[in-house]
Design a binder for this molecule. Structure first.
Ligand code: NHX
Ligand code: ZN
Length: 683
């Protein structure tokens, strides 16, 4: 409905000013062309009025013999001491020898009498001597008068004087127009200090997002809705003496919908909405950032009530260094200072509310977060199971034909740790996969393949792997599978594969339980399962490989976190060196002594060593089953939980990942063990 309304509205209100501005545009262009045309015409005119009967050059000899001696010369003018112009008596001009003059086309415009011939001289004295010599036999009365004239060619002089400046002005005008033009290459040069904020107001049909389109994020929506309400009916809050907050900070990991939420505010609030990114303030020129901040707030205050949205505010809002000369990034600090002053500079009830988004609230300057600036922080977290279900529903809507087996709830279960953007990616990828398979429907299997693709990367079926390597890979993965199956608190495994995908040659996929707390037992069992791969290589081949890199990295981080963050080692005790403020990022000295550092290292190693020993124990105990798994994996390349259950028996705690789903799902799509930052190992 709103989509139908908007264009109409625009046509109604927006048409008049638009046509006006277009007219103006045309007029100004027209004028400038006229100026050019006038200049051209006048130049042409001056050329036209120039006499066309140019004198003909003659030699001294011809002049002397044919003209002077024949007494045909009326007068002689020496122009500028250089050029001698000869005027022939009009009655003698009819003579045969002057045919060349008579044949010349007479200029229609020339009125004055023109010289017919000319020659140039080196020096006036020599010329006079020659004249005297030539006329020495003449009757003194008949001697020709020589007059000297100084004649300036005004046109030429003017042209010489004007041409260069004119050219300069022309070039300058050209460049100016190019640069000031809306799509000229240097278009920003003259607007460099202006804010680049995009404005969405009631006339722009662009924003079509409203809160209905934002799935999940219920708590954040409540907060945001309140902000919209502040703008819509401020008196409701101010009449009780409350003050309208100045800003809210949207904090959360990438892809969780911070920008979407802000867009929804724009769509919902029906007030002007200025949107720009933190990096838009940054330019290579000094002082531009601050000037843009000023401009943004000036514009906003003119349009109040309104909302300013600054995306990725960490680009300018990063904590200012303690040592002023260290980072030498004064420009960013100036921009931040300007932002801080602007936020404090206007009255609380002036109706400008600032929303900012970042995924790194911890690195922001504290001054930015204090009361009176970004009063409230709205945390936008990764969606949980129910929220993912809602998000899937939103993204499944545009897919035209869905298989009957596609169930948002099932997909939500298969995608722990996914953000909204990831889910959008899954649905899109699924549609592409289905299209690649020439299918008419997007089915469940396509979604599962899409999830695998997004988590694990592209399948590389054709990678050349020798038989020996393949066996190592199979036993490594079987090691993960066996240990995680046997240990009670390890994540439920759903499949193992030795098909290379992305960086990994093989992977064991788990479906981590979505929990808020992780116990020490769970962490230890988890580490055992991760070390199961290396342990299997060690036990059954007596050789270890580089392949365990990712596994070891993860285990090391986990173990270190247990000791120094979570207080899970007896020797270090309940001490945590985790710094949630993130303010001491640049301090190189650790907040503990050398002895503690050593103790942490030793404890970290001890935990890993113990886990490794335990993994080996498990593998030794279940040697036959492990080897059977390895061989089966070599043969089938992919094993599912059912295969494991057949070989290893039911899991000790009875938790199989597919127990609450239908068997047909084949348990594809989960988080493999080698993906960094998956939710089960996050620290
Ligand atoms: C490689 N990747 O990059 C290959 C493709 C033990 C069967 N050389 O633990 O795939 O070996 O359970 C330089 C040197 C990554 C860069 C060594 C980057 C090693 C995943 C590790 C399976 N599954 N490991 C796993 C795996 C690998 C790696 C490296 C590197 C393997 C293992 C990567
Ligand atoms: Zn591994």
């Amino acid at each position: 409905m709103s989509e139908n309304n908007n264009p109409k509205k625009e046509a109604g209100t927006g048409s008049k000013p638009e046509s006006n501005s277009k007219n103006n545009d045309k007029k100004s262009k027209f004028n400038i062309t006229w100026v050019y045309a006038l200049i051209a015409i006048s130049l042409f005119g001056i050329f036209l009025f120039q006499p066309t009967n140019e004198p003909i050059e003659v030699t001294w000899n011809r002049f002397e013999q044919e003209m002077l001696k024949a007494n045909d010369v009326q007068k002689i003018e020496v122009v500028n001491n250089k050029k001698v112009e000869i005027y022939i008596r009009p009655d003698r001009l009819k003579d045969q020898k002057y045919n060349e003059v008579n044949n010349q086309k007479k200029s229609t415009f020339s009125t004055s009498q023109n010289p017919q011939y000319f020659f140039t001289i080196g020096s006036v004295e020599a010329f006079e001597n020659r004249m005297d010599e030539a006329q020495k036999d003449f009757d003194p009365k008949e001697r020709i008068d020589i007059s000297f004239v100084e004649r300036n060619n005004h046109f030429e002089t003017i042209l010489n004087w004007l041409l260069f400046p004119l050219l300069l002005i022309g070039v300058w005008l050209f460049i100016f127009r190019k640069m000031a033009g809306p799509n000229g290459a240097g278009g920003q040069i003259f607007n460099i200090g202006k804010s680049k904020a995009k404005i969405f107001d009631k006339d722009t049909a662009e924003v079509k997002v409203d809160f209905k389109d934002v799935a999940g994020l219920e708590e954040a929506k409540v907060e945001i809705k309140e902000i919209v309400d502040f703008l819509k009916n401020p008196q409701k809050y101010t009449q009780l003496g409350g003050k309208i907050p100045k800003g809210a900070l949207l904090v959360g990991p990438p892809g969780t919908g911070k920008t979407l939420l802000a867009k929804a505010v724009a769509g919902e609030a029906h007030v002007p909405f200025f949107s720009m990114s933190g990096s838009d303030f940054v330019e290579m020129f000094v002082g531009v950032g601050a000037s843009r901040v000023r401009d943004l707030f000036k514009q906003a205050k003119e349009k109040a009530p309104c909302i300013i949205f600054i995306d990725e505010i960490d680009a300018i809002g990063r904590a200012r260094g303690k040592n002023p000369n260290w980072g030498a990034n004064d420009e960013r600090e100036n921009t931040l200072n300007q932002l801080l002053t602007e936020m404090d500079g206007f009255g609380t009830n002036s109706g400008v509310i600032i929303l900012a988004a970042t995924n790194r609230a911890d690195i922001l300057d504290r001054a930015l977060l204090r009361a009176g600036r970004f009063d409230r922080q709205i945390h936008v977290e990764l969606p949980d199971l129910n929220e993912r279900k809602e998000i899937f529903k939103v993204h499944l809507r545009p897919l035209q034909k869905l298989g009957a087996d596609v169930n948002p709830e099932f997909l939500a279960k298969q995608t722990p740790g996914f953000s909204g953007a990831d889910i959008a990616n899954v649905t899109n990828e699924a549609a592409l996969i289905a299209a690649r398979k020439e299918k008419q429907l997007v089915e469940k299997q396509d979604f599962l393949d899409a999830i695998d693709r997004i988590v694990g990367g592209l399948e590389k079926k054709n990678k050349i792997i020798s038989l020996e390597e393949k066996k190592t890979i199979a036993y490594h993965e079987a090691g993960h599978a066996t240990v995680s199956w046997i240990l009670e608190h390890a994540n439920p495994l759903i499949k193992v594969t030795i098909v290379p995908r992305g960086q990994a040659l093989g992977a064991a996929w788990y479906l981590p339980e979505e929990r808020q707390l992780t116990t020490k037992e769970q962490m230890l069992d988890e580490m055992c399962a991760i070390l199961g791969g290396r342990a299997a290589e060690d036990l059954f081949f007596g050789k270890i490989s580089t392949g365990a890199l990712n596994d070891l990295e993860k285990v090391t981080k986990q173990s270190y976190a247990m000791v120094s963050y979570f207080g899970m080692s007896d020797r270090i005790g309940n001490v945590s060196f985790y710094d949630s403020t993130g303010q001491n990022e640049y301090t190189f000295n650790k907040p503990y002594s050398e002895e503690t550092a050593k103790a942490i290292d030793e404890e970290t190693k001890k935990i890993i060593d113990q886990a490794y020993v335990r993994a080996k124990e498990v593998l030794n105990t279940f040697k036959t089953q492990h080897n059977a798994l390895g061989e089966l994996l070599l043969e089938k390349e992919v094993l599912f939980a059912e295969d494991l259950e057949r070989i290893l028996g039911p899991r000790p705690n009875g938790k199989t990942p597919y127990s609450d789903d239908d068997q047909a799902q084949k348990n594809k799509g989960a988080v493999p063990d080698n993906v960094p930052n998956d939710s089960n190992t996050s620290v």
